[in-house]
Design a protein around this ligand. Structure first.
Ligand SMILES: [Zn+2]
Length: 714
């Protein structure tokens, strides 16, 4: 293990709130890992912050008729407080609009410029003449060349995930004016990624750089290495590190041609990790440099899979080009979490928003954390459903964990006045891990220690879901310990054994109060309170616990007094879940209503009529027997319709949509008592009822197949 850790979580973009996909992708895994490192007594700094630059922010500001500053101020506050509420425990939550960040990024740019890492190149880029602006990244939309999604952005297609250039788009359109852009020459600085390709390939795949082993490639996730190699195999191209924008970090002014140019957001955003660390060091009176420059630092980036190329290829290239910085030892990117069968989408509001969850489920923050970990998309995409959320809460958190803790608390108060009982160390009982042979407490503590070690190994290899399952196995073993030994039956006949069993059960609860801390910190805190143990202070508590267990020392001393029992988790009823599902369905309806060009212009409702007005209409079922075109009419078909009791000739204005032969045999609904009317020389004796869409397209309103003619319709 390295001497110190610097853990980063992807900077969330300050143009929207946080949803559960973000949480499961980067923040929760990072938080669990950091809390674990602290429980092991490691020196760790955990940084994050709002990414406040880039075209998506200025586009949103323009849409809402406000300033980029107002947008980032609003969302920075929402993001920051959401992280706090859900227990993501950053050492600093910074922002890229801070002066220290601008200075840090400009220094990077200068250094790269001076060491000739850039090539200056003039290329043709899209320009909106009506607004007088180049259209970088999100300022332009068009058809994705890969999947034909009509709403792809200039930098990315959100449907297929392809990374794009604005010039790749088919039928490009300016986001600013909707007009078709023209191409104009503009000059930018391109990072020569092609020159970094060879060492990046070796470093990613072998962990070696200049013969020195920097990381263990076996510990990297397959899909991360796979994505990197697919980029490398296509050959890295020089990539523009500047943009023609008016919001962002200025290209340093002493560089010729810098006017009106800003740093590309993917150049400055990862440098945000460094400026955040600098600010943290200032606030804490510490030195930031060892965390970025000392070889004995493990740098770990937690991100979602859409950011792999930036963190595994581009940012390492920037760090190495600058020189003096460590490279990440791992980038444990997660895949995507889906919601109720569909991709999460901020723009379509198809999401569970974390700040809304925290409002609606106060005190149940850990239930969401638990669900997110259970569904964590560690190796492949996964799915969140509200029904699944309810089931895991009721079956696992309530039935397993909360019930066990409650039973131990209640029985300890009942039998021993709330004090941890003394017992004979040679006393045997049935093990909670296996009830086959009798054990003494030393055996049982050893089994628990082994489970904790398995949990540690899983966390260190970023298998957080399995790690949590090991903690839950400790709780299950606690339940089984009570179930197999039935202290409530033997308290009269064998009180000495009950003391040993209950002492052991209390040791399990105390162990859980530490082991749960990385995953469910709020519940860990509640357990500590119930046991009257001090709150976790990130001072190596798990390390101490493992050492005590190895030395066969119990965690709770005999005679230690515990507090009152309180419920850790309670059942979530169907109504609560139904409400959440209804909320999502409402989003869906709203989406259909505002889905751009497909917007439906519903006809206004007609005046209210009375029941009697309706009853005046005689509507009948019928079948079309014959159909022919009406000469000189584009619209009319002449139909013979069987109403059962008689046959009618009806002229129907459907000729533009149906050929005569198509409609023969069609079962229809007829307004039968409509006054006859002569059209094109023929009397029409009724009207066929049709549904009409806003474009005037028609479709039949039909009874079920084989329904007899002449039946009344009401
Ligand atoms: Zn696409």
């Amino acid at each position: 293990m390295k001497k110190r850790y610097l853990v980063t979580a992807a900077l969330p973009y300050a143009n929207g709130p946080l949803h559960i996909g973000h949480l499961a992708g980067a923040y929760l895994p990072a938080d669990i890992y950091v809390r674990y490192l602290r429980l092991m007594g490691k020196d760790v700094v955990f940084v994050c912050g709002s990414d406040e630059h880039g075209a998506a922010i200025t586009v949103k500001a323009r849409k809402e008729n406000t300033t980029p500053r107002a947008i980032v101020d609003r969302y920075h506050e929402i993001l920051k407080s959401t992280f706090e509420k859900i227990g993501i425990n950053f050492d600093i939550y910074h922002r890229t609009s801070e002066p220290i960040h601008h200075e840090t990024s400009q220094n990077f740019f200068r250094k790269l410029y001076d060491s000739q890492e850039f090539i200056e190149e003039t290329t043709e880029q899209y320009y909106d003449e009506s607004v007088g602006q180049f259209l970088a990244d999100r300022y332009i939309t068009g058809i994705c060349p890969v999947c034909a999604n009509p709403d792809a952005y200039g930098d990315q297609c959100e449907k297929c995930g392809s990374t794009l250039n604005p010039t790749d788009l088919k039928e490009p359109k300016s986001m600013l004016s909707g007009s078709v852009p023209v191409k104009r020459p503009t000059t930018h600085w391109f990072l020569r990624l092609d020159q970094h390709e060879a060492w990046l390939r070796e470093w990613i795949n072998t962990g070696k750089l200049n013969g020195i082993q920097l990381h263990d490639p076996a510990k990297w996730k397959n899909h991360v290495v796979g994505q990197c190699n697919s980029w490398l195999d296509q050959g890295l191209q020089p990539r523009a590190m500047t943009r023609d924008l008016d919001w962002g970090v200025d290209v340093p002014s002493e560089i010729p041609g810098s006017e009106g140019k800003k740093l590309y957001v993917w150049l400055d955003a990862p440098i945000g990790y460094i400026s955040a660390t600098r600010q943290w060091a200032i606030d804490q009176g510490k030195d930031w440099e060892p965390y970025w420059k000392d070889e004995d630092t493990a740098l770990i980036h937690f991100i979602g899979k859409d950011n792999i190329v930036f963190h595994c290829l581009i940012f390492p290239a920037i760090l190495k080009a600058h020189g003096g910085y460590v490279l990440p030892v791992n980038v444990p990117a997660n895949q995507f979490l889906n919601l109720e069968g569909r991709k999460l989408s901020t723009s379509k509001n198809w999401a569970v928003w974390v700040h809304e969850y925290c409002e609606e489920f106060q005190g149940q923050e850990d239930v969401l954390r638990y669900n997110m970990i259970r569904k964590m998309p560690e190796q492949s995409d996964s799915e969140f459903t509200w029904k699944g959320f309810q089931e895991t809460n009721n079956n696992e958190l309530v039935n397993n964990l909360a019930n066990f803790v409650n039973r131990v608390m209640v029985l300890t108060h009942k039998y021993y006045e709330g004090k941890v009982p003394e017992f004979n160390a040679a006393q045997t009982f049935k093990s909670g891990w296996t009830n086959e042979k009798p054990v003494i407490q030393a055996d049982e503590l050893k089994s628990m220690k082994e489970k904790l070690e398995e949990m540690s190994a899983k966390i260190e290899s970023f298998n957080l879901r399995e790690a949590l399952m090991h903690v839950m196995e400790i709780s299950s073993a606690g339940n089984a310990l009570l179930q197999f030994n039935e202290p409530w039956k033997t308290i009269k006949t064998d009180p000495e054994q009950v003391k040993a069993v209950m002492n052991m059960a209390l040791q399990v609860v105390a162990t859980l109060s530490i082991a749960l801390y990385p995953f469910l910190p709020f519940s860990s805190g509640r357990l500590r309170k119930m046991l009257l143990l001090p709150a976790i202070e990130d001072q190596g508590e798990l390390d101490h616990l493992l050492k005590s267990l190895s030395a066969n020392e119990p965690i709770l001393a005999a005679g230690h007094e515990i507090g009152e029992a309180s419920h850790l988790f309670s059942r979530i009823p169907d109504e609560v879940i139904d409400q959440q599902i209804a909320k999502l369905q409402a989003t869906d309806v709203a989406n259909k209503q505002d889905s751009g060009d497909k917007q439906i212009n519903y006809q206004p409702m007609k005046e209210t009529i009375q029941f009697d007005d309706f009853m005046k209409m005689d509507i009948r079922t019928g079948t079309i027997l014959e159909a022919e075109k009406v000469e000189k009419s584009k619209k009319l078909l002449k139909l013979k319709v069987d109403l059962g009791f008689e046959q009618r000739t009806i002229l129907s204005g459907i000729a533009e949509f149906f050929q005569p032969e198509e409609v023969i045999g069609k079962e229809v609904v007829v307004l039968a008592n409509l006054a006859p009317r002569v059209m094109m020389g023929t009397e029409s004796q009724g009207m066929i009822l049709m549904a009409e869409d806003p474009d005037g397209k028609l479709c039949f309103v039909s009874p079920d197949k084989g329904w007899p003619g002449g039946m009344g319709v009401r």
